[in-house]
Structure formats: C-alpha cells, structure tokens
Design a binder for this molecule. Structure first.
Ligand SMILES: [Zn+2]
Length: 385
C-alpha cells in the first residue's frame, strides 16, 4: 500500500477532452442502495498499524452525485435470494460474515480488549497445517475465527458491514437483471468493492464478490460465455479464483504487476491461465508501475479482442478507477481520457454490459473517472450498433 495520500487538484486529469467529458449526458441506469453507508471500515490494520483507510462511504456518494448530474437514472437495488450468493461463495464464509460483528460484540471484544472492529490475529497458513488438512475447523474462539476467513488484516468488520456487503451484491445482481431484461448496459454503484473476495475468504477491502455474482447470473440466464474484464489497478484475484475452473466465464485482468511489489502480491501473474477444466479461460496482463494510457489501453484492447474471439455473449466490467494517475492506492498513470477510451473499447464489443464499481480512492477524481468511462462505453455501444 502507498505511504501517502494525494489530495487536491488534478491538473493532468483536466487536460484535453476532460472538460468536454464532464458535459456529456448519460443514459446508463445506475443501480444503488443506501445500505452502503452503514459500512464504515474504521481504517485498516496495515503492517500492524491502524491507518485511516481509503474505502470510504464518500466514494459512492461522489460517484452518484456526478452521474446524477450527468442525467443518469437511479434504480433502487432489489433484494435477491441467498442462492445467488452461494453461486460464488461457500456457505461457511457467508454464515461467518453474516454473524461476525454480532459475535464479536457478544463476546465483549469491543470493550475488552477494546477493539471496535473485527480484526484477525491468526491465520491457518499452509505451512502450519498437514499436507492434506481436510476441512478446516471453525475455531471456537471468536478471536481466532476471523483468521479462518480473512486473508489480510486490512479488511475490518463493523456494525453495518454485512448489510452493506450484502446490499452491494444486490446492486450488482440488479444491474445484471436490467441487462437481462434488455438494457444495453447498467452500472452497479456499489461498495464495499468485491473483486478480491474469493469463494471462501475475504480481503483487500472486499467481503463478497459483486462482480462475480453478476457474472454468474449472466452465465446462468444468458447466452454464451460471459467475459469479465477487470480494469481495476489491482489484480482481481477473487474473481479469478471463483471462475478458475469454469469454462463458461472468461476472466481477464489488467493491473499493476504484483511481482513489482503490489497487492495482492501472490497472484495476478501471466502464467495463471485457468484450471484443468478451463485452461485458457483466464488472462492476466500485469503492467509495470508508472504505466500510462498507451500500454494500459493496448492491454484492454487485447482483452476485448480475446473476449470477442471466444464469442462472449455478455460482458461484466470490473471498473476500478484506481489506475488513474493521482490515485493514492496504485502507481499506474492512466488519464481521464484514457478511462473514456477504455469505455469506448469495451462498448465496441456491442455486448450486453454490466459495469460494477470496484476500487478508486481519489475522492476528487472518482466521479469524473466513472462518468468518463460510462461516456466512452455508451459511445462504443452506439458505434457497435
Ligand atoms: Zn484496486
């Protein structure tokens, strides 16, 4: 994670084309839930230090404000059955997340030792376990239980976390539903983000995988394979993991190279191409820190061409806008115009498209970046006819 938070004006993001972008009227429906506001992560524990964190409620509010100004229609998320969560997550993870905060408070841990969020302390590391451990027990101690499901210390659980995470999935599923009902595209304005959440574990500020839930719904009710293209600055390890053995979902991710020292560090390399039953259905395109529009857009063009070549019938875009140059959480240097062009490239596929919000932490820029991407997407879809 970076050491500094960059605030203030973004001169390089307001260059050529940027002002025009901000005048564009949009028609993409935005799916929304107020429940996101209940999730106040309360910071992150990073290298043992509690830092303020950047995955804040204000993120979604800024995006909504910008898109409302652009003319987008707000659609309230509808509650979906738990079965659609179980399509992408283990039952044990869902049960844990649903009760984690309640159990922590019941155990009095918020008073003694005085920890106001659920924080793991012990993890079942493979090196600690027998080579074939079988099903892992769920620890009796509430303090030990968190590490059974969390893979980092940065993703804290508080009073409204479950309701917000559950609602974020409903936002993504509702957006997928709009597309299944005939909208050409729909945008899921959700938080907490989801693409780092795996079938059985959570981390990276993500609890439930919103993008994956939308993709699974399109897979089960749509035509042909679904392509997930993740343009967040970080590798979508959770989404990759959920669909790694699924030949009906193509997963592509362009992100800063984990080998250059970036989250999620252990995954996101080019050699990860799919499990035995789905070889070739996963593509990772890691980029060097400092990469700007040119190579980033080339990578997205490559992923789009791949999805088209595989005859994808629908597209889910995991839209992280943290690849933008002033974002505090990544070293990529994509411009506002770059995001608009990315939207256009993806729109030109002409597929029913669900856009799901992932990262993006520069509060001044986040709304404009999403607006620019959706503007590009609408242009691309129009061009595709
Ligand atoms: Zn990210």
């Amino acid at each position: 994670m970076p050491d500094e938070v960059v605030n203030g004006e973004l001169p390089s993001l307001s260059g050529i084309g940027a002002k025009a972008d901000l005048q564009v009227e949009l028609t993409t429906p935005i799916v929304w839930s107020d429940l996101h506001r209940g999730h106040e992560p309360g910071g992150e524990i990073w290298v043992g230090i509690r830092t303020p964190g950047t995955e804040l409620p204000e993120r979604a509010e800024r995006i909504r404000g910008e898109l409302t100004a652009a003319g987008c229609r707000i659609v309230a998320a509808e509650r979906h059955p738990d079965e659609l969560l179980r399509a992408v997550h283990d039952e044990e993870l869902l049960e844990y997340l649903a009760s984690a905060w309640h159990d922590w408070r019941e155990a009095g841990l918020d008073r003694d030792p005085g920890q106001d969020r659920v924080v793991p302390y012990l993890f079942p590391h493979p090196g600690m376990l027998p080579s074939d451990p079988g099903p892992l027990p769920i620890p009796a101690a509430i303090t030990a239980r968190a590490g059974r499901f969390a893979y980092d210390t940065m993703t804290l659980i508080g009073p409204g976390t479950w309701e917000a995470a559950r609602a974020a999935v409903d936002v993504a599923l509702s957006a997928a539903g709009l597309v299944l009902d005939g909208e050409r595209s729909a945008y899921a304005c959700c938080r907490p983000p989801g693409h780092h959440a795996t079938p059985s574990a959570f981390g990276g500020s993500c609890y439930l995988n919103n993008t994956a839930a939308a993709a699974a719904l399109l897979r089960d009710r749509g035509d042909g394979p679904v392509a997930v293209i993740d343009i967040d600055a970080h590798h979508g390890n959770g989404t990759q993991s959920i669909f790694y053995d699924d030949p009906a979902v193509l997963t592509g991710s362009v992100h800063v190279d984990p080998g250059a020292g970036w989250f999620p560090h252990f995954l996101g390399f080019e050699g990860e191409t799919g499990g035995d039953r789905a070889i070739g259905t996963n593509r990772n395109l890691p980029l060097e820190p400092g990469t700007g529009d040119g190579p980033w857009l080339e990578a997205i063009t490559g992923l789009a061409g791949w999805a088209a070549g595989q005859r994808a019938g629908a597209l889910v875009v995991a839209l992280g806008v943290d690849a933008a140059e002033a974002d505090p959480e990544s070293p990529l240097r994509v411009t506002l115009a770059g995001y608009r062009e990315a939207g256009r490239i993806l729109g030109e596929l002409g597929l029913p498209t669900v856009i799901v919000q992932e990262g993006g932490y520069d509060l001044e820029a986040i709304g404009g970046l999403v607006r620019a991407t959706l503007a590009g997407l609408e242009e691309g879809l129009a061009d595709a006819g």
